[in-house]
Design a protein around this ligand. Structure first.
Ligand code: ATP
Ligand code: MG
Length: 402
C-alpha cells in the first residue's frame, strides 16, 4: 500500500508537468530488497506548488523546500531539488538554492543514499554510481569526503551506522576523512549523537558499529568512559535487533561504574526514566548469582523492578558472554515465569489506617510494621487482613512502647 500511495504522489506531480522521484534511503532499501521505513520524494516543483497540488500538506521545512504531503493517511516528505549553501556551524547549511535532480543528489551524504527511482517507468537514476557501491557493499561519501564531513559532522556517525547496519566496508578515502574529522564530532548536538548511538545499537550488528566507532576514534570522543572489551563485543553480538534504546544502552554500559553511567546518560540527554532503568539494570546484575540464597519475599521484591524481563535478558547475555554459566539465569527465569503479577505485588493486607484504628501512634514504626506484614504475606504466611492484624498484635504489642 505504502509504495503505491507514494507512487501516486509522484504520478500526480508528473501529471502537472513536474519531475518527481523517490529518493534516498527508500531507493537504497528497494534495491536491497528491504521494505523501506518511509518514502521520500524529490521534485522540481516548488514548495508552494506542492502545497497547491495536494489536499493535505504541512510546510514542515518550506524554507528548505520540504513539504509534508499527507496522502491516504500517511505523511510523505516531498522536497524540492536543492543544493545546500555554505555550512557555518558544521551541521546546518545557511540556506538552500533550488536546483535540479543531479545537484540534489550531489548534496546527499553517501552514494548508496544518492539514488533516484522513477516509480512510473520503474527506472533508477544513478548520478553517483550508487548501484555499483551497493553491489560492492561499500559506504562512500559523495564528492570530496573531507569536505562533506567538514560541512556536516553528523555524516561521520551516519557512515558508521550504515556500515554497521548493512555490513558494508567504508571506502578508504571516506574512512580517512572520517578519522580526520572524528575529533570535531562535538559540533553535533548531543541529542543527535544520542540518537545515532541508539540507532547503531539497535538497527543491526552493533558489535561492528562499536568496532567502527573505536577504530575511527569516535568512541573516545563521544563515550570516553567506555572500555570496549571483548566481553562487551560478545554481549553486543548477543543482543537482539530492535531492542529498546534504554535496554541497548544498558548492555553497552553495564560494566561502567554506576556513577559514571549516570554522567554519560545525562550528557547524552537520556530521559530520567531511561537513565533510571539503565542504572537499575547494571546494578541488579550482581544480584542474580545471589538469588538461590534469597528469601521468596526478597525474590518477589527483586521481580518488582520495572520491566524485569530486561533484567533477565541482560543476565542471559552477560552470562553467555562471560563464563557461559546459565545457572543463575535459569533459576531466575523459571521463578519469574512461575509467578503472576499478583504473586509478586499482591494488594496490601493492611494499611497505616488499620494501624491507627488499632491504636498505634503514627510514626516511623509504621513502615517497619507494614514491611514485616508484607514480607510475611510474600512468604505466603499471611493470607487475610485478619491474619495480618493478629500478626501485628502478636509481634508488635502496643504496651511494648513507641
Ligand atoms: P534510514 O533508513 O536510516 O532512514 P535514510 O538514508 O533514509 O536512512 P534519512 O535520515 O531518512 O536516511 O535521510 C534521507 C536521505 O536524506 C538520505 O538517504 C540522504 O540521501 C539524505 N541525508 C540525510 N541526512 C543527510 C546528511 N546529514 N547529509 C547529507 N544527506 C543526508
Ligand atoms: Mg529514511
Amino acid at each position: 500500500v505504502k509504495p503505491d500511495s507514494a507512487a501516486e504522489i509522484v504520478a500526480k506531480l508528473r501529471d502537472h508537468g513536474h519531475e518527481a522521484y523517490f529518493v534516498g534511503g527508500c531507493v537504497r532499501d528497494m534495491v536491497l530488497g528491504i521494505e523501506p521505513a518511509d518514502y521520500d520524494i524529490a521534485t522540481d516543483a516548488l514548495p508552494e506548488q506542492v502545497i497547491r497540488l495536494f489536499a493535505r500538506t504541512e510546510p514542515v521545512g518550506a524554507k528548505f523546500g520540504v513539504v509534508l504531503v499527507i496522502h491516504r493517511g500517511h505523511p510523505y516528505e516531498v522536497a524540492t531539488f536543492r543544493s545546500d549553501e555554505a555550512y557555518v556551524d558544521g551541521r546546518r547549511p545557511t540556506g538552500v538554492v533550488f536546483t535540479n535532480a543531479r545537484q540534489d543528489v550531489l548534496r546527499r551524504d553517501f552514494t548508496i543514499n544518492g539514488l533516484l527511482y522513477d516509480p512510473v517507468t520503474r527506472e533508477i537514476l544513478d548520478y553517483v554510481d550508487g548501484q555499483a557501491d551497493i553491489r560492492a557493499r561499500v559506504v562512500r561519501a559523495i564528492g570530496d569526503p573531507l569536505k562533506r564531513f567538514e560541512e556536516d559532522k553528523l555524516r561521520i556517525l551516519r557512515g558508521v551506522r550504515f556500515g554497521a547496519r548493512l555490513g558494508y566496508t567504508i571506502e578508504p578515502a571516506t574512512w580517512t576523512a572520517m578519522l580526520e574529522m572524528a575529533p570535531s564530532i562535538h559540533q553535533v548536538s548531543r541529542e543527535r549523537i544520542r540518537s545515532e548511538i541508539v540507532r547503531i545499537l539497535t538497527e543491526g550488528d552493533p558489535a561492528r558499529g562499536l568496532q567502527l566507532l573505536e577504530e575511527s576514534a569516535l568512541l573516545r570522543e563521544i563515550l570516553p568512559e567506555l572500555d570496549y572489551t571483548e566481553h562487551l563485543k560478545r554481549c553486543l553480538k548477543l543482543m537482539k535487533p530492535g531492542s529498546a534504546p534504554d535496554f541497548a544502552m544498558a548492555v553497552l554500559l553495564h560494566e561502567v561504574p554506576p556513577a559514571q553511567i549516570v554522567e554519560v546518560l545525562e550528557r547524552l540527554k537520556f530521559s530520567n526514566a531511561e537513565s533510571h532503568h539503565i542504572v537499575e539494570l547494571a546494578q541488579s546484575l550482581p544480584l542474580f548469582p545471589e538469588m538461590e540464597n534469597m528469601s521468596i519475599s526478597a525474590i518477589k521484591r527483586f521481580f518488582r523492578l520495572n520491566r524485569f524481563e530486561d533484567h533477565l535478558e541482560l543476565e542471559r547475555i552477560h552470562a553467555i558472554a562471560g563464563d557461559g554459566n546459565l545457572r543463575a539465569y535459569s533459576f531466575a527465569s523459571a521463578k519469574f515465569r512461575g509467578l503472576s503479577p499478583s504473586d509478586i505485588a499482591p494488594p496490601s493486607l493492611i494499611s497505616g489506617d488499620d494501624l491507627i484504628a488499632e491504636g498505634y501512634p503514627p510514626g516511623p514504626r509504621f513502615k517497619e510494621i507494614l514491611m514485616r506484614v508484607e514480607n510475611e504475606q510474600l512468604e505466603g504466611k499471611l493470607q487475610s487482613r485478619q491474619e495480618a492484624l493478629d500478626f501485628v498484635r502478636l509481634f508488635f504489642p502496643l504496651d511494648a512502647g513507641s
